[in-house]
Design a protein around this ligand. Structure first.
Ligand code: FAD
Length: 464
């Protein structure tokens, strides 16, 4: 098989918009995504679910169908259910589909792997019945299922969206325990100028809150000391609000305190990353075309820094303008001319972010959990274990692997990486940048020997 001009990893808004733009410029494109249908996180399963649940999921969700339609271009090969686990120089991309390994060659690669929910380790968070709010939303989008007697815990716009979607589905949450405080809102006010430029988002947020309030969902802001209680499954959440301890019985707990870039693929390639103070997470270092320090690799969307779905789309198109120019399909003048309105729209989209980041910061108790709380779920390593490693001289997450296998399970650190970094940074009096992150190596996701044995390998030289 000949090399594709562009292989996009991730069929969310960034990847879909990029693929369509690249095909429009005459490039051959393959887009790989582990999901059975395109859409990414926000537009998950949109072609099916918008028809049956569009009223619950909202018109911003249904809009995603305009992006999935763009994938029907003849120059685009969309391979769904493709779990990418290695990207090698040259570029050779390995993935698994239907239990078989496969490979594909690419001249340029766009990583559009999106975001993950920030880990929220709290006492009791590993009990059955506790999941991330995003996982609860996946059940709704993909299967039309809504958990009964659910308490939503955390902060951020997505928490309000999911609560409002549950209200519309006729199964409102029992309560919302919100971790942001009045002081956070006051701190956010210094970004009011940007927030006003992004007034559409504020208006949308106000609309969601109105739906939640009208449905009489009890809201407790500034909640602290949050613990999920239960013997063999979640039965209640306890917390303190205004000095008073309270208990809310429930069957399900949805946790969410923001999303962070999914950096595993970029890290496996050795892309430079740095700590973003405002977003409290690591982000890859990219220029304003999404190009990183590995020639030929571009990153767009939430994977390059959290900006939301509209920003992801615009960033995907910008990356394609640059790589198409590099491949001789566009002059530099045309590239810059087409980029101009995209950049203006992107700046507009991003204007509200500093306000949102300050108003809904990560929950401090989840960044520094109690000693007995498990942080690495795959290997059952607790926060106390990590602090113990620091006392023995452990300075970073990679060393922590040798001390106690944190980050060495099936998720390869995707869900504990930030927790381990913040615990070690705190214990050693260092910054997250000084502490660093796991060194990520392929396979990014688990691969079986059978899948490897069934793999047809691509010879990159023959593919030229
Ligand atoms: C669980 C969750 C739910 C969210 N829901 C909403 C919402 O309802 N509304 C909203 O405004 N924002 C939502 N967001 C935020 C939202 O993700 C983004 O703003 C937007 O979807 C980002 O678009 P993207 O193209 O960068 O990435 P995404 O939309 O996240 O798309 C990335 C795609 O890459 C795929 N991928 C990642 N790694 C691999 C791999 N190794 N192999 C193959 N495929 C891979 C993923 O499966 C995914 O389909 C959600 C975020 C999360 C984490």
């Amino acid at each position: 098989m000949s090399k594709r001009d562009l292989v996009v990893i991730g069929a969310g808004p960034a990847g879909m918009a990029a693929a369509a733009k690249a095909a429009g410029l005459g490039l051959s494109v393959t887009i790989l995504d582990e999901q059975p249908r395109p859409g990414g996180q926000i537009y998950r399963d949109v072609d099916r679910a918008a028809r049956v649940r569009g009223d619950i999921l909202g018109k911003d969700y249904s809009y995603g169908a305009s992006l999935t339609a763009g994938l029907r271009h003849t120059a685009i090969d969309h391979i769904s259910g493709a779990i990418v686990w290695a990207i090698e120089d040259g570029f050779r991309i390995s993935y698994t589909k239907n239990g078989r390994g496969a490979q594909i060659g690419a001249v340029r690669v766009l990583l559009a792997t999106g975001a993950l929910e920030r880990p929220m380790p709290l006492p009791g968070w590993t009990l059955p019945g506790v999941m991330t709010a995003g996982a609860g939303q996946i059940l709704l989008k993909q299967s039309g299922m809504v958990a009964r007697d659910a308490v939503l815990v955390g902060s951020g716009p997505l928490l309000y969206l999911i609560a409002a979607q549950m209200v519309r589905a006729g199964t409102p949450p029992v309560a919302m325990l919100e971790t942001q405080t009045q002081a956070d809102l006051i701190r956010a006010m210094r970004h009011l100028g940007g927030a006003l430029r992004g007034w559409r988002y504020l208006l949308k947020g106000a609309g969601l809150l109105t739906e939640i309030i009208r449905a009489r969902v009890p809201r407790y802001t500034g909640a602290t000391g949050i613990t999920v209680e239960g013997e063999d499954r979640a039965q209640a959440v306890t917390f303190t609000k205004g000095g008073r301890k309270q208990r809310i019985p429930c069957e399900t707990v949805f946790l969410h305190h923001g999303v962070v870039p999914n950096t595993q693929a970029a890290r496996s390639l050795g892309v430079t990353h740095g700590w973003d103070e405002e977003q409290s997470c690591f982000v890859p270092t990219v220029d304003d075309w999404g190009q990183c320090d590995i020639p030929g690799i571009f990153i767009a969307g939430d994977g390059a820094g959290i900006g939301g779905a509209q920003a992801a789309e615009l960033a995907g198109r910008l990356a394609v303008l640059k790589l198409a120019e590099e491949l001789g399909r566009l002059s530099a003048t045309d590239r810059d001319r087409q980029a101009l309105p995209l950049r203006a729209a992107l700046n507009h989209e991003l204007a509200v972010r500093p306000f949102l980041d300050a108003a809904y910061p990560p929950f401090a108790e989840a960044s520094s959990p109690a000693d007995s709380t498990v942080v690495c779920r795959c290997e059952e390593v607790t926060a106390g274990d990590i602090r113990g490693y620091a006392k023995l001289g452990c300075l970073g997450p990679n060393q922590a692997k040798a001390f106690g296998r944190a980050g060495m399970g099936p998720c390869q650190g995707r869900y504990c990486g930030l927790s381990v970094t913040s615990l070690l940074a705190e214990a050693n009096g260092q910054t997250p940048d000084e502490t660093g992150y796991y060194r990520i190596r392929p396979p990014l996701k688990p691969v079986t020997l059978g899948e490897l044995a069934a793999m047809e390998q691509v010879d990159l030289n023959a593919a030229e």
